[in-house]
Design a binder for this molecule. Structure first.
Ligand code: OOG
Ligand code: NI
Length: 466
């Protein structure tokens, strides 16, 4: 087969993201409502902030926002994780970062599958936060063995999904018909199944150990548990949610409201209690319920350098030492005040953030820069001072462990708070995954460096071309 008859991985990812959105809209109608609200707020924000709209257009990133979403799944075994990695690779999604959630009382560790590279992200930045259950954190050995046996029995991928993934690996891509089949087959893995794999007794035992364990072990597959659109003004969406019949969690996770958004701010609504049925001993079904799926929205800000991230982590920690957000939301305003106070130490203009080396920027020539020819290379600082080069924040494409823990907790319910000994195990995760996860900082630094190089090249190439 000729290579040019293959559909690009970016196109497969876009088709998959759209198919997933359609499926989730049908499964969880509140998601559709949230999408409408986010679209409305984004439109209003852009209409009111001409400068923002202009920069998003100039950096070629306006279009991706309305298409943008992330989902999350929780897997049960190493085999599922490594197969999932191969499936995502067909869509141009690779594991970036390692998140240890054990510290937050959630028995999983995770990575985010997402496109890497600027062009792929601009085309469609669909991401999936993917967690692997850690049965090693379950104290009850009998239950651990039983859960393990149940998980080993299930097959979360259709034969078609496996066959097409192998074909893509072997041939280096999929043609149009195969790509369409691939999207439909892979979607099955993410679908909701209301018939549990286990009986009501087993479900209860798993649930008593941890709600998350029941969610992973009791079902046929890792149903997508939320799909998150990106908003340009999360405070506004949060404030409007009740008007749309959606009750948000009390506090927005992540940094406080700022002029210059950093990293990621997220809020969610509680998981729905949904009817499911459990296997009976006599082969019939017994009605019950399960809570797993919820809604979330997010606002993305600038990607921080290791130095900026260090400052973020320190300030977040400081504010949480003063007030820890209670699960019931009772101290939400105290928490917000403490957070805002702590973050006064984080500069709030793009120029200061850049000068302090706290964030990653994409550099481009100004109109004046495009008209200018330089005899040789000059340093970036003077090019900016002379108005030849301008800079835009690079969007943070990843996740935050403390925020993720807050999202897990809020949708699992207040009773889910449980202490585990912190035990990050990236090595084990990577062995299970089958590859090492990519380092997020390398990725942002690479995009920044490429933009600097291209400015310098264009400024001096003008001379050579004359
Ligand atoms: C994943 C929670 C984390 C986020 O946006 O930080 C997450 C889950 O509940 O499975 O999605
Ligand atoms: Ni999420």
């Amino acid at each position: 087969m000729k290579e040019n008859s293959f559909v690009s991985a970016d196109d497969i990812r876009s088709a998959f993201s759209a198919a997933m959105s359609l499926m989730y809209r049908e499964e969880v109608p509140a998601y559709g409502t949230l999408m409408e609200l986010v679209a409305k707020v984004n439109e209003e924000t852009l209409a009111a902030d001409v400068a923002l709209k202009e920069r998003l257009e100039a950096t070629d990133s306006l279009e991706r926002i309305s298409e943008e979403r992330h989902g999350a799944i929780r897997l049960g075994t190493a085999a599922e994780l490594s197969m999932m990695r191969r499936v995502f690779a067909v869509m141009g999604m690779y594991p970036v970062g390692y998140y240890d959630l054990s510290t937050a009382g959630v028995p999983v560790h995770s990575t985010a599958f997402r496109p890497v590279g600027e062009a792929a992200l601009k085309r469609n930045p669909f991401r999936v936060f993917t967690s692997l259950l850690r049965l090693d954190l379950i104290a009850d050995e009998t239950l651990r063995a039983e859960a393990d046996a149940i998980l080993k029995e299930r097959q979360i991928f259709t034969p078609g999904a496996i066959e097409l993934t192998e074909k893509a690996e072997r041939d280096g891509g999929l043609d149009r018909a195969d790509a369409e089949r691939f999207v439909a087959q892979v979607l099955e893995t993410f679908r909701w199944h209301d018939k549990a794999n286990v009986g009501a007794d087993m479900y209860k035992r798993l649930h008593d150990a941890h709600r998350l364990i029941a969610d992973v072990v009791s079902f046929k597959g890792p149903h997508i548990n939320h799909l998150t659109p990106r908003t340009l003004d999360i405070d506004k969406v949060q404030a409007l949610m009740p008007e749309y019949g959606i009750a948000p969690k009390a506090v927005v996770e992540g940094p406080p409201t700022r002029k210059c958004p950093i990293l990621l701010r997220q809020t969610s609504f509680k998981a729905l209690e949904e009817p499911v049925s459990f296997r009976d001993a006599d082969g019939g079904w017994k009605a019950g319920s399960h809570t797993a799926r919820f809604g979330e929205i997010e606002q993305r800000g600038i990607a921080l350098t290791p130095k900026g991230r260090g400052l973020y982590d320190r300030l977040l920690d400081e504010s949480r030492k003063i007030v820890r957000p209670a699960a019931d939301g009772s101290n939400a305003s105290e928490y917000q005040a403490a957070l805002a106070k702590a973050f006064e130490a984080f500069p709030d203009s793009w120029a200061e953030i850049r000068e302090a080396g706290l964030g990653y920027f994409s550099y481009s020539l100004t109109e004046k820069g495009r008209q200018t020819k330089l005899p040789g290379r000059r340093d970036l600082k003077s090019l900016i001072a002379d108005g030849l080069v301008e800079f835009d924040p690079i969007v943070y494409e990843d996740f935050l462990p403390v925020s993720a823990a807050g999202i897990f907790q809020s949708n699992l319910g207040d009773g889910a708070q449980q202490e585990f000994v912190a035990s990050p195990n990236q090595k084990r995760f990577e062995t299970d995954l089958g590859v090492a996860v990519l380092n997020e900082f390398d990725h942002y630094a690479g995009i920044e460096q490429a933009s600097i190089e291209s400015c310098l090249k264009a400024l001096t190439a003008a001379v050579a071309a004359e």
